[in-house]
Design a protein around this ligand. Structure first.
Ligand SMILES: Nc1ncnc2c1ncn2[C@@H]1O[C@H](COP(=O)(O)OP(=O)(O)OP(=O)(O)O)[C@@H](O)[C@H]1O
Length: 235
């Protein structure tokens, strides 16, 4: 059976500058994975490569065994849902747009998530705060029934209490076979739901390990992550 995500020797340059090199990564079905790294390490770029937004990379990218970009897009859902949408759109219009665009968009799931996020149909995008927009993006992203979810710093503008509520609920919303990759700078907040950790450093995958292995060492995931940099890893 194929992995939900496979990257083989992926490299990417932008304006002749090397951004990522020799990325090899396999993520199995059902895993929740943290994608970690300093500012500018390449987390967003990696997600954009996987989702087919960043082009002209070298190497092989497969989502649910599919290499073709159209197939990959059909097999993943990413938190860039509101990009390009008119600010005058109401949430109801956004919902209808998603319904027309994605055959896997689960309207009942969206209604539940929308209530959970304390959003309503009449709200216009222009009236939403940054945190409210992020909540809407999470709701839209998770309402698609797909194999891979890419959440790029999904909680950065969301207040602490709502963040905890959302993180704790991800396990309930998630299909057991679906894989979620979350990039985040607040590792301790998501650590309880993680199965694996991927760290990008020096333009490549620096560590890929199971969260249980870290816990078995008696360390929390953020302690482990911080120690990597304290040990002189910031060169
Ligand atoms: N449009 C662009 N043109 C040129 N270089 C870019 C562009 N976007 C990103 N980069 C470069 O690509 C590298 C990786 O950026 P990326 O946004 O993927 O990092 P990140 O790990 O997501 O960072 P952060 O944690 O700050 O969001 C950086 O060195 C950045 O300068």
């Amino acid at each position: 059976m194929s992995e939900n995500l496979e990257l083989e020797n992926v490299s990417y340059k932008k304006n002749r500058q090397e951004i990522l090199k020799n990325i090899n990564l396999k993520i199995g079905k059902g895993k929740i994975v943290a994608l970690l790294g300093e500012n500018g390490a390449g987390k967003t770029t990696l997600m954009r490569i996987i989702s087919g937004l960043a082009k002209n990379y070298h190497g092989i990218v497969k989502v649910n065994g599919e290499q073709d970009v159209v197939q990959r897009k059909a097999n993943l859902s990413m938190t860039d849902a509101l990009k390009g949408l008119l600010e005058s759109y109401t949430i109801e219009q956004v919902k209808n747009f998603f319904l027309s665009l994605y055959s896997d968009f689960d309207i009942e799931e969206f209604e539940k998530l929308k209530d959970f996020m304390k959003l309503n149909d009449e709200m216009k995008l222009s009236q939403l705060s940054r945190g409210m927009k992020q909540k809407l993006e999470i709701a839209l992203t998770l309402s698609r029934k797909t194999n891979l979810y890419l959440l790029d710093e999904p909680f950065s503008g969301i207040d602490v209490m709502a963040r905890k509520r959302i993180i704790n609920s991800i396990l309930l919303w998630k299909d057991p076979d679906a894989t979620i990759i979350i990039s985040d700078h607040f590792v301790n907040e998501i650590s309880s739901i993680l199965d694996e950790i991927v760290i990008i450093k020096d333009k490549t995958i620096y560590r890929h390990l199971s969260a249980d292995d870290v816990r078995a060492e008696g360390k929390s995931i953020d302690q482990y992550y911080e120690a990597l940099y304290e040990d002189g890893g910031t060169e």
